[in-house]
Every structure is written in structure tokens, then in C-alpha cells.
Design a protein around this ligand. Structure first.
Ligand SMILES: [Zn+2]
Ligand SMILES: [Zn+2]
Length: 271
């Protein structure tokens, strides 16, 4: 069993919870406050004590801001994983202390008793960003792939065969170009170290579906340069161009900043 819960998404904070057999689970990123994260888990009947590990993609605050308090207040035993570069940056800025259970990821792999994690590099303006895939004991695979400027061959091969993918669809290029962001920021977002546009994401999705992915969650949508419906329509367009039919061949959703209680959802995959 593998159950993925989108908790928060976008530049105001990112966090995803994935649950495996025996209710053991992991968080990928903790970009909202510890209290908000705790409350979001509790509202879904998940205890903070079931969070065995937190995998950090990179050190930008929208991915780590709740980390310090979450460890000290809610779960002192939780294991923290990240690349050497990410861990180094977080130590420098005081997000981690020597007392914390921190592990640098070696050889792109971590084996916990209930899940095997494989990581891959993402191209982003941070120290050493990572995307992650998590494979359950029964072979079910979930992937988290946000905060990247382009999709490398390595990203493609790591995502291949995932049952569910959380995929960045950050901005609509026209909205960004015509929007009010300063020029340097527009350039940063559009660069190879920035974020994926709706079109870049959409063009890539048929590859995933052809390789068995049934569930795609568009994520890290920009508040100012995107609209959930536009992101969904763009991806749907590219998938349908390749002859794929929504709900028959794949399920597509767009994650919101903060899912309101009446719209809580999770994606459960069983063998
Ligand atoms: Zn970032
Ligand atoms: Zn981010």
C-alpha cells in the first residue's frame, strides 16, 4: 500500500506526506509552520509520531520553514535526509543543530525498513537540490519532482515507472512574461535553474503515462503566474494530443496552496 497526501504546495510552502504499510510514513519538505503541518496531518488522521523521516528537496524557505520547530516540539526522533549541499546550507542558516538526527544521502539511495528512496539531481538555484522516488516493499512507486528549470535525461529515467508523480507545473510563460515580476526574477524563473512551465511539464507527461503512471498531481503552481485550470488544461492538451484519455488512461489533478478540509484528498495505490 502507498498513500500520498498533498498537504501544501506553491511558493508559500510545500509539503507532501506519503504513507506505507503499517501506517509508517515520510514527509517530503516541510515548508509551512510546524503547527500548520501538525494540524494538516491530524486533520487527515495521521499522527506526527508516524512520520519516520523528512526528506528535504532543497534549502529554500518554502521547503523547510517548519522543520526546526517540528523536530523540537512534535517529533524529536524524526530522521532528516537531504543532499550534503542542502544539509550544509541548513546547518549554516541554523535550521539544524548537531543534536538532530540528520543524514546526508549517499549514492542517491536510502533504505528504510518500509521504503526504498532513490534521489536524483534537479537543476535549480540552490546548493544541491534533489527530487525523490519512494518504492514500497510491494513495489509501488511515488515520485516528487518540483523546483527544476528543465527535465534532464536523468530526471526522466528516475521518474519512469512511477505509479504517482507530483510534478511541477509552475507558471504559464505568457502570464509570467506579461506579469509584474521584476525582470531579474522573470529571467530566474525561466532559466534552466528556475521552475518548469505548464508547457514544459505538459509535453513531458505523455512519457510518464506511456510508462505506466496513472496519477499525476501538478504542483508548485505560482500564485501570480498561473491558474490551476490553465495548468490542468495545458497538460490535458498534450496528453490528449498523444491519444490519451483522461480518467481512462490517467488521473490528473492540480494541488492547491492549502487544501481546504472539504477538499482533502489522497491517492491510494494498492497492488
Ligand atoms: Zn526552490
Ligand atoms: Zn519551491
Amino acid at each position: 500500500m502507498l498513500k500520498l497526501y498533498p498537504l501544501f504546495s506553491g511558493s508559500s510552502g510545500n509539503s507532501t506526506y506519503i504513507e506505507f504499510e503499517n501506517k509508517k510514513g515520510i514527509l517530503v519538505d516541510i515548508g509551512k509552520s510546524a503547527k500548520k503541518t501538525h494540524d494538516a496531518l491530524r486533520a487527515r488522521n495521521i499522527s506526527v509520531n508516524n512520520v519516520e523521516a523528512i526528506f528535504i528537496t532543497h534549502e529554500h524557505t518554502d521547503h523547510i520553514s517548519g522543520l526546526k520547530v517540528f523536530i523540537s516540539k512534535y517529533n524529536p526522533d524524526v530522521k532528516i535526509f537531504g543532499s550534503a549541499g542542502t544539509i550544509g546550507s541548513m546547518r549554516k542558516s541554523g535550521y539544524l543543530t548537531d543534536k538532530n538526527n540528520v543524514f546526508e544521502i549517499k549514492n542517491n539511495q536510502v533504505d528504510l525498513e518500509f521504503v526504498q528512496m532513490k534521489s536524483f539531481s534537479i537543476s535549480h538555484d540552490c546548493a544541491e537540490g534533489l527530487g525523490y522516488t519512494f518504492t514500497s516493499k510491494s513495489g509501488l512507486k511515488a515520485a516528487i519532482c518540483t523546483d527544476l528549470g528543465y527535465i534532464s535525461k536523468d530526471v526522466q529515467s528516475n521518474l519512469k515507472g512511477s505509479n504517482v508523480v507530483v510534478m511541477e507545473s509552475n507558471h504559464d510563460v505568457m502570464m509570467l512574461q506579461n506579469g509584474k515580476y521584476p525582470y531579474f526574477l522573470k529571467r530566474r524563473i525561466l532559466s534552466d535553474n528556475g521552475h518548469l512551465s505548464n508547457d514544459t511539464c505538459g509535453k513531458f507527461l505523455p512519457f510518464l503515462v506511456k510508462n505506466g503512471t496513472k496519477n499525476i498531481i501538478l504542483s508548485h503552481l505560482s500564485e501570480h503566474n498561473n491558474i490551476p485550470d490553465l495548468a490542468l488544461q495545458t497538460s490535458k492538451y498534450y496528453l490528449e494530443q498523444e491519444g490519451m484519455t483522461i480518467e481512462k488512461d490517467f488521473h490528473l489533478s492540480a494541488s492547491s496552496k492549502e487544501v481546504p478540509p472539504e477538499k482533502f484528498y489522497s491517492i491510494e495505490i494498492t497492488t
